[in-house]
Ligand binder design. Structure first.
Ligand SMILES: Cc1cc2nc3c(=O)[nH]c(=O)nc-3n(C[C@H](O)[C@H](O)[C@H](O)COP(=O)(O)OP(=O)(O)OC[C@H]3O[C@@H](n4cnc5c(N)ncnc54)[C@H](O)[C@@H]3O)c2cc1C
Length: 417
């Protein structure tokens, strides 16, 4: 089923009765070439690129719940390529290029909106850091513009620019950054993979990882055993638990990240604005809700909900930055489970067990990475070589200390992220 303007018009005029399911609902087969554990954004994108780039379609994505029920449908949808460190920088740059052609690749409207992201700064030191980051982004071939105090006043009139504690000195503007409709991304990749022959199997929890003679031979699931030549663990916040099924202990802690949305308002915020000093960021959804969030809840947990001290902190930060937000009614809040690595950078690598692969450690920034990660993991699964955009995401950096990419500049401590 292809989407096009004529089809949408016809369906609109005939009661939308002609649409079929977006992906098949097959029974699991006894064996596949590749099994991907986790039907989030990364697992589905991997399946899609395996089929699209490498012609490998004897693949199953096993999802314990439903497609889009994990973090891919819980995030605040920000997509950007404004990373600083070599290793991360080229990866996110590649990922953003894949975003820019995603709707054509998938024939699916993911509502990718390059409305621009502005990272605010509040001191001379922060300004220097913003200039350095902007130069790194430009060197990478991406876009960055330094905005001064007065330009920002005009551009974002609703902020408290003269705040006593955090007066706004300027911002680093990344015009190609923006947002996308998160669950449409999951649906689009699921549909694209399924159309090419990949089996997407929902309500299928992996409960064991089979090994023989030091290599992986398949998985045990709530819907029976499935053999596979290669198995990829792509389970975000559950990565530590799933890797433990193969006897592995990953350098990952799972933490909660919360987000919030208000009632729908008329358009008021045109861009994405981040207030790093206050641990707060905000954008406005196409329905009009102000979508915002802050930092982690700062204790390890597998609960998909957060605690009130963080709610209070985020609301205070929001009121500090833009007092008008106090007039909006909060509609709901939710939480997701973040797979935090010690250096804040991800892992796309072979595990130390033959036939087992890892894609995890996306911390709180893995939505923007969905296409880049799927592309790079598909490349690794298909060729057993690292893709050029993802050569730095080695697991052994945490063992040897070589190649640590401390993107957050906070050292190797999860709870300081
Ligand atoms: C509140 C919040 C805000 C965020 N904001 C942003 C943002 O603005 N920009 C950004 O880039 N990133 C953001 N993120 C991070 C981003 O959402 C995640 O890093 C990313 O979605 C994780 O990858 P995924 O989509 O594959 O994860 P998921 O969607 O969580 O996929 C993993 C899947 O694995 C499944 N699974 C787990 N165990 C098993 C098992 N045993 N068997 C079978 N399946 C299993 C789970 O059910 C789940 O569906 C945010 C996250 C949250 C929670």
């Amino acid at each position: 089923m292809r989407f096009n303007a004529l089809r949408i018009l016809r369906e609109g005029l005939t009661g939308n009765k002609g649409w079929g399911p977006h992906w098949r609902d097959p029974e699991p087969k006894p064996a596949y070439d590749i099994v991907i554990i986790g039907g989030g954004g990364h697992g589905l994108a991997t399946a899609f690129y395996l089929a699209q780039q490498h012609g490998i379609t004897n693949v199953a994505v096993l999802e314990k719940g439903y497609i889009g029920g994990g973090n891919v449908g819980r995030n605040t949808t920000i997509v950007r390529a404004n990373y600083f460190l070599p290793g991360n920088s080229e990866f996110y740059s590649h990922s953003l290029k894949l975003w820019e052609r995603m709707e054509d690749d998938l024939n699916y409207n993911v509502m990718h909106s390059q409305r621009g992201i502005i990272n605010l700064f509040h001191s001379d030191g922060q300004r220097d850091a913003a200039v350095r980051r902007g130069n790194a982004m430009i060197n990478q071939g991406d876009d960055a513009i330094l905005l001064g105090r007065e330009e920002l006043r005009k551009m974002l009139p609703y902020l408290d620019h003269d705040n006593g504690r955090f007066p706004i000195h300027g911002g680093l503007y990344h015009p190609r950054g923006g947002t996308a409709r998160h669950d449409a991304v999951a649906w689009g990749f699921a549909r694209g993979a399924s159309d090419r022959g990949v089996d997407i199997i929902q309500n299928c929890e992996v409960t064991g990882i089979d090994r023989e003679g030091g290599r992986v031979t398949g998985v045990q699931t709530t819907r029976g055993a499935i053999r596979a030549r290669k198995v990829a663990i792509v389970t975000a916040g559950r990565s530590g638990q799933v890797a433990a099924l193969a006897g592995l202990r990953l350098p990952i802690e799972s933490h909660i990240l919360q987000a919030f949305v208000t009632e729908g308002l008329k358009p008021v915020i045109d861009n994405v604005v981040t207030f790093g000093m206050g641990h707060f960021y905000i954008s406005q959804s196409d329905k009009g809700g102000l979508v915002f969030g802050g930092d982690l809840d700062f204790y390890p947990s597998y609960a998909q909900r957060g605690n009130l001290p963080t709610v209070e902190h985020v609301m205070e930060a929001g009121m500090t930055l833009m007092p008008m937000i106090g007039r909006a009614k909060m509609l709901r809040s939710w939480g997701g489970i973040m797979d935090m690595t010690p250096d804040g950078s991800p892992i796309i690598d072979r595990a130390p067990i033959e036939g087992l692969y890892l894609d995890c450690g996306w911390c709180y920034g893995g939505f923007k990475a969905v296409p880049g990660s799927g592309f790079a993991l598909a490349h690794l699964l298909a060729t057993d070589r690292y893709h050029d955009s993802a050569t730095g995401f080695r697991l052994d950096r945490f063992l040897t200390g070589r190649g640590i990419m401390d993107e957050e500049g906070k050292g190797a401590q999860h709870n300081l992220h």
